[in-house]
Write a protein that binds this ligand. Structure first.
Ligand code: NAD
Ligand code: DAU
Length: 353
């Protein structure tokens, strides 16, 4: 029994691999292209562990996929690999189409060939688990009911459009070919190993460096924040007990405006690492909004609770405190990911705002 994980050197994928191997003896083959977002340092705790086989490669490389599937005969593919940052998709959508759409297509085709050739119990047990996002549903007006699994798809950014396209491919490969798929659409994650281009880790590392905390527009945009460990446990539940062909929305029951998130981070830093220059909130700066910025996401996670008994274990208070502490305790990790490429991205995204 083996799992093939794609994108397992990224934020959520590496948390998943670490969580999985902390609880199971089942090995993981981890295929990751190590883009700017992939970091083998996230997996340093697994160095020398024979249960973790890292393969540096692209999900768009069909011969590589065929070889890995033939060699390791995984019972499931967990597909995390993606270009995942909305702002980068605005500056350069091509990579999102290449990985999220074409890459998912190639992976589905390789999975289909592998699954078709299986027989008996192995064929019945095989799963293709697609890890997706709530952004495919588009934006909600204040007070509108949260996204259920039947909410219409209305993606608004190149990123969310590419993820929506991948969701549709996964659905079609089940409907047409019978590939046993599972899809999870999750809200905003936060936690350890989160690359500091996204809101929460960017605010923590900027605050600690005494740099401005750039809030887009009025900062009243609402997201539903989920601690990454809870996302991992939801994926484990769906993989184990989810109904084939179904989608499950995953969220934290934790809608908050960006301004409140940033204020909370500042208050935690004031408590845990006070600055001689004064409260961290002094660094908050409102900058030009993100084009096409979705105003509100909210997840109705009742289906996964009803069918699989999953609920998040962390509250936002416990999760954000752990997260801030993790960044305070991992200054080396932060310094390593802030490479030349990272600085180039900050200049691209923030200098003209
Ligand atoms: P991430 O950007 O941190 O990591 C993506 C990983 O995929 C990286 O390790 C990267 O090297 C790898 N990768 C990219 N292109 C690849 C390719 N062509 N072949 C192989 N590997 C490749 O992303 P994340 O935040 O960990 O998100 C993981 C998945 O979860 C994505 O599919 C994303 O859409 C989804 N998701 C993310 C969130 C969130 O809040 N971060 C929420 C819901 C869903
Ligand atoms: O909803 C799930 C999605 O959450 C995932 O599918 C994406 O992969 C993930 O990146 C995330 O997308 P968001 O666009 O919501 O996340 P981000 O951290 O980029 O931004 C969160 C909010 O904070 C959003 O409203 C934009 C705002 N923001 C972001 C940055 C980077 C700022 O105000 N300032 C910033 O500098």
């Amino acid at each position: 029994m083996t799992l093939l994980v794609t994108g397992g050197a990224g934020f959520i994928g590496s948390n998943f691999v670490l969580d999985w191997l902390a609880q199971s003896e089942e090995p993981v083959v981890n295929l990751d292209a190590l883009t700017y977002a992939g970091n083998l340092g996230n997996l340093a705790a697994l160095r020398g562990d024979p249960r973790h086989v890292f393969v540096h490669g692209d999900i768009g490389d069909r011969p590589l996929l065929d070889r890995l599937l033939a060699e390791h005969r995984p019972r499931a593919i967990l597909h995390f690999a993606a270009e995942s940052h909305v702002d980068r998709s605005i500056h350069g959508p091509g990579a999102f189409i290449k990985t999220n759409v074409e890459g998912t297509f190639t992976l589905l085709e390789a999975a289909r060939a592998h699954w078709t050739a299986l027989d008996g119990d192995a064929k019945a047990a095989f799963r293709f688990h697609h890890v997706s996002t709530d952004e495919v549903y588009g934006s909600l007006v204040p007070g509108a009911p949260a996204f259920t699994e039947t909410h219409p798809y209305e993606p608004n950014s190149p990123y969310s459009a590419s993820k929506a396209a991948s969701d549709h491919l996964v659905r079609a490969w089940h409907h047409t070919y019978g590939l046993p798929v599972l899809t999870t659409n999750c809200s905003n994650n936060y936690g350890p190993y989160h690359f500091p281009e996204k809101l929460i880790p960017l605010m923590i590392v900027n605050a600690l460096a005494g740099k401005p905390l750039p809030i887009y527009g009025d900062g009243q945009q609402v997201r539903d924040w989920l601690y990454v460990g809870d996302h991992c446990s939801a994926i484990r539940a769906v993989l184990a007990r989810g109904r084939v062909g179904e989608t499950y929305n995953v969220g934290g029951w934790n809608e908050q405006a960006n301004r409140d998130i940033v204020q909370r981070i500042c208050a935690l830093l004031d408590e845990l690492r006070p600055s001689a220059a004064g409260p961290y909130a002094r660094l908050i700066t409102h900058v030009t909004d993100r084009p096409g910025h979705d105003r509100r996401y909210a997840i109705d996670a009742r289906k996964i609770e009803r069918e699989l008994g999953w609920r998040p274990a962390e509250t936002f208070e416990t999760g954000i405190r752990k997260t801030v502490r993790w960044y305070l305790d991992h200054a080396d990790w932060v310094a390593t990911v802030q490479s030349g490429g990272y600085r180039d991205w900050l200049a691209t995204n923030y200098s003209a705002r």
